[in-house]
Design a protein around this ligand. Structure first.
Ligand code: ADP
Ligand code: MG
Length: 239
């Protein structure tokens, strides 16, 4: 589903991604952890070209990430959820969800709203459909953001620390939605330090350090027996 070969990214003179390689199978759930500044966000942002890479190749569902036509095709297949929800504040919850299907996919308003309500039911907040984002809790807003991404029927979902901005009592409701999504067979890349989530649903755990993947293993292997000193130190800090 995702094929990443020798991907590099520079910000000016700073070499943020240093030859990253990764293959993700359809339906795989990959959790990415690592110290702040190690390149996790940059890495997942290159996959839908929010940050264009400047070396190597990225292919999503057989589409090489090059050229504007392919870029649009890939962005339709890749949903993304950020730490900071990023909902449109002036639109209702339902309008947040139907905007892209109507504008980008040409779905009818009625069909987009029916599907939007179905997705809101899936994430457990159908009754909030006609409210504005500011009227919702952080956990509810993040579930709207997930529903909004799903409304485009993505083949891949990218999550960048989706629970880091949430109060503790709201983290579970978002992780539960992500768990259900993982079990439904969605291909997912998730940057998170929630080791409980990783151990329960991740097929693989990737440890990033210094702009590259340092360990690529199972969550249990990583948890019980990290191979690198940097990973051991990191683990001791987050547990
Ligand atoms: P992480 O998500 O692992 O905390 P990031 O991918 O956000 O790390 O950042 C990796 C490195 O790239 C950091 O040193 C950061 O300062 C740098 N960086 C990220 N985005 C930019 C940018 N837009 N301009 C310059 N430097 C950036
Ligand atoms: Mg980050």
């Amino acid at each position: 589903m995702i094929e990443i070969r020798d991907v590099h990214k520079h910000f000016g003179a700073f070499h943020a991604l240093r030859g990253v390689n990764l293959s993700v199978q359809p339906g795989e759930v990959v959790v990415i952890i690592g110290p702040s500044g190690s390149g996790k966000s940059t890495f997942i942002r290159t996959i839908n070209a929010l940050d264009p890479h400047d070396g190597g190749s990225i292919t999503v569902d057989g589409i090489p990430l090059q050229g504007q036509g392919n870029l649009d095709a890939i962005r339709r297949e890749v949903g993304m959820v950020f730490q900071s929800f990023n909902l449109f504040p002036h639109l209702t919850v339902l309008d947040n969800i139907t905007l892209a299907p109507i504008r980008v996919r040409g779905t009818s308003k009625a069909a987009a709203e029916a599907r939007g309500l179905e997705l809101l039911r899936r994430v457990g907040i159908e009754e909030q459909a006609h409210k504005y984002p500011a009227q919702l809790s952080g956990g509810q807003q993040q579930r709207v953001a997930i529903a909004r991404a799903l409304a485009m029927d993505p083949k891949v979902m990218l999550f960048d620390e989706p629970t880091s901005a949430l109060d503790p009592e709201m983290i579970k409701e978002v992780l539960d939605v992500m768990k259900e999504l993982a079990r439904s067979g969605m291909t997912m890349l998730v940057v998170t330090h929630e080791m409980g989530f990783a151990r329960e649903v991740a097929d693989r755990l990737i440890f990033f350090d210094g702009g590259n993947i340092v360990e690529d293993t199972t969550p249990d292997e990583f948890y019980n027996n990290p191979q690198h000193e940097r990973a051991r130190v990191f683990l001791s800090k987050i547990l």
